[in-house]
Design a protein around this ligand. Structure first.
Ligand code: NAD
Length: 298
């Protein structure tokens, strides 16, 4: 039987640990951790993501502060808000929910977030620390993937890893994390000409292409570990119902693999949990508490 890398279960376990860490800090006389969440406009998907993050904060005891801004907010106004939050000693983390409306420059705005509060791990200082293999806040989705592999003692050192996708959010940081953990990593992307041949060499295949059902069993080596980052809502042509699926045709590959992540319930829940980890890591640092979460930040 292949191993299901169960992100829901692991998230519950990590969140229990986070609750205890917050409890200990409060017993030592500290305020609870807090996360500022900025949502711009009324994109329904962003609304769902923000709600999930707020609920997760509440579950573990992080105070969340929501700033819901109009769709036509300017770069200048958003920068001002970020500055205020940077200076607010009671805010440990700042999350700017992406994507942003087209008049806003996401990368420039992320650069304005204090690196110590950049709980999405996307500021160039934090990306630079990852590149240098120095400790710091880590991009949530890739950090969640490393924890899923660790939870089943799947080693990265010495393995052939293939990453499909080269985004700043997923592809590049997961490749760096795996190199830092002594994997031999190949990054592929939309201009790669022999994707199937390269994928077939992978002991661990990470798929973050954002293309529904791109990968079937012909891309997979027998006994590989397959991590599916993609998440898509597809409408059935028969009855109009929607169904979630990933970038991997799970039913086709599952008999061939050593381990896999389901969609939903694999990488997704871990992304939210790593946001909580980063926020509490930042809170502990800012309050002078012992850092208890380094093992979760690859
Ligand atoms: P992106 O669009 O920024 O990047 C996609 C990458 O895939 C690009 O580098 C592109 O070159 C590559 N690519 C596209 N088509 C390809 C093909 N046919 N062959 C090889 N490479 C190809 O997307 P992203 O932000 O990296 O996200 C990827 C997917 O993961 C999306 O479905 C997104 O919704 C999902 N995602 C899920 C989570 C989660 O928590 N589950 C988090 C982040 C992203």
């Amino acid at each position: 039987m292949p191993i299901k890398l169960d992100g829901r279960q692991l998230s519950l376990e990590i969140q229990e640990r986070l609750k205890n860490d917050i409890h200990k800090g409060i017993k030592e006389g500290e305020r609870p951790p807090s996360l500022a969440v900025i949502r711009v406009g009324d994109d329904p998907a962003s609304g769902v993501y923000v709600k999930n993050k707020e609920k997760a904060c509440e579950r573990v005891g992080i105070k969340s502060l929501l700033f819901h801004l109009d769709n036509d907010v300017s770069n200048r106004d958003l920068e001002e808000l970020l500055n205020k939050l940077n200076l607010n000693a009671e805010v440990d983390g700042i999350l700017l929910q992406l994507p942003l409306p087209s008049q806003l420059d996401a990368q420039k705005l992320i650069s304005k977030i204090s690196p110590a509060k950049d709980v999405d791990g996307l500021h160039e200082n934090n990306v630079g620390k990852l590149l240098k293999n120095e400790s710091g806040l880590r991009s949530c989705t890739p950090a969640g993937i490393i924890n899923l592999l660790n939870s089943q003692k799947i080693t990265i050192s010495g393995k052939q890893i293939v990453v499909i996708g080269r985004s700043l959010l997923v592809g590049k940081p997961i490749a760096l994390m795996m190199v830092n953990l002594n994997g031999t990593v190949t990054i592929t992307h939309s201009k790669t000409t022999n994707l199937k041949e390269i994928s077939n060499k992978a002991d661990i295949l990470v798929v973050a292409a954002g293309k529904p059902n791109l990968i079937d069993s012909s891309f997979i080596k027998e006994g590989a570990v397959v991590i599916d980052v993609g998440i898509h809502r597809l409408k059935s042509s028969n009855n109009g119902t929607t169904q979630l699926c990933g970038d991997v045709k799970l039913e086709d590959v599952v008999s061939k693999v050593l381990a896999y992540t389901p969609v939903p319930g694999g990488v997704g829940p871990m992304t939210v949990t790593m946001l909580l980890v980063n926020t509490i890591y930042s809170w502990q640092k800012r309050c002078g508490l012992n850092s208890t979460l380094k093992d979760l930040l690859p």
